[in-house]
Design a protein. Structure first.
Length: 213
């Protein structure tokens, strides 16, 4: 039991998307267990605000997760570390497929899917063999609602990618967490009444976690 308590002590953890929401909550939780946290996002002000709520040894780095070169530089800059968490994502725009512009649907994959894919590519030389990678999917993959075509596609693609990477990168563990409806800025573009309806509807399925290998 004592050993379990210490499992994250002094481990270096990079959280891409760590300036807000689920990523920041993760940063606080692992920092409370003694981990050394590096939060990464695209906005310096949000990082500075987030660092106020983390221990003094936490660091922040600004990158745009849709830029391959910036992701590569990030891992070169940090050097060796233990765990990667990827929660970066933009505000949701839900639309029925008939009203969905293909270019904007494609663009939505950039941070959420291709950013994670790129991070996994460049993390391999730097991550500890006993470490782990945790990616983010979403309940939309398994339990979609009307208007969720893009979110459902990304969530399902992320699960497939995670399984493939768990095979390829072992002994590094690769998992995907699929959140239900979590109160964060992600939903800020949706009217409050719609948000409440959604939360009520998905209340009982609010946490789905897919653990692979
Ligand atoms: N909340 C939910 O109900 C829910 C449900 C299912 C799935 N998810 C997924 O879970 C993940 C986290 O969601 P959340 O609710 O925590 O969202 P959030 O509160 O909006 O946080 C998103 C994080 O991503 C960062 N980010 C956005 N664009 C970025 C970019 N180009 N480069 C680097 N960082 C970027 C943001 O920081 P900056 O703005 O500082 O860049 C922020 O730290 C997302 O992939 C989301 O789609 C969430």
């Amino acid at each position: 039991m004592e050993q379990k308590k210490e499992i994250l002590k002094d481990k270096k953890i990079i959280i891409i998307g760590g300036s807000a929401g689920i990523g920041l909550a993760t940063a606080k939780a692992v920092a409370a267990k003694g981990a050394i946290v590096i939060i990464v996002s695209s906005n310096q002000q949000r990082i500075s605000n987030a660092l106020q709520s983390l221990p003094k040894n936490a660091k922040g780095i600004v990158i745009n997760a849709s830029d391959e070169r910036q992701i590569k530089n990030l891992f070169e800059q940090v050097g060796s570390f233990d765990h990667l968490v990827y929660t970066a994502g933009e505000n949701l725009r839900l639309n029925n497929i008939a009203d969905t512009e293909i270019a904007s649907a494609q663009q939505f994959f950039n941070v959420r899917y291709w950013g994670a894919f790129t991070a996994v590519k460049y993390v391999a030389p730097h991550i500890s063999k006993s470490g782990s990678i945790v990616l983010t999917g979403g309940i939309a993959g398994a339990r979609p609602n009307k208007g969720w075509s893009v979110a459902a596609s990304i969530a399902s693609a992320m699960e497939g990618f995670t399984r493939a990477m768990a095979m390829e990168l072992a002994p590094v563990r690769v998992n995907v967490v699929s959140p239900g409806i979590v109160r964060t800025d992600l939903w800020s573009s949706m009217p409050e009444t719609d948000r409440e309806n959604l939360r009520e509807r998905y209340f009982f399925t609010s946490i789905v976690s897919v653990s692979v290998y």
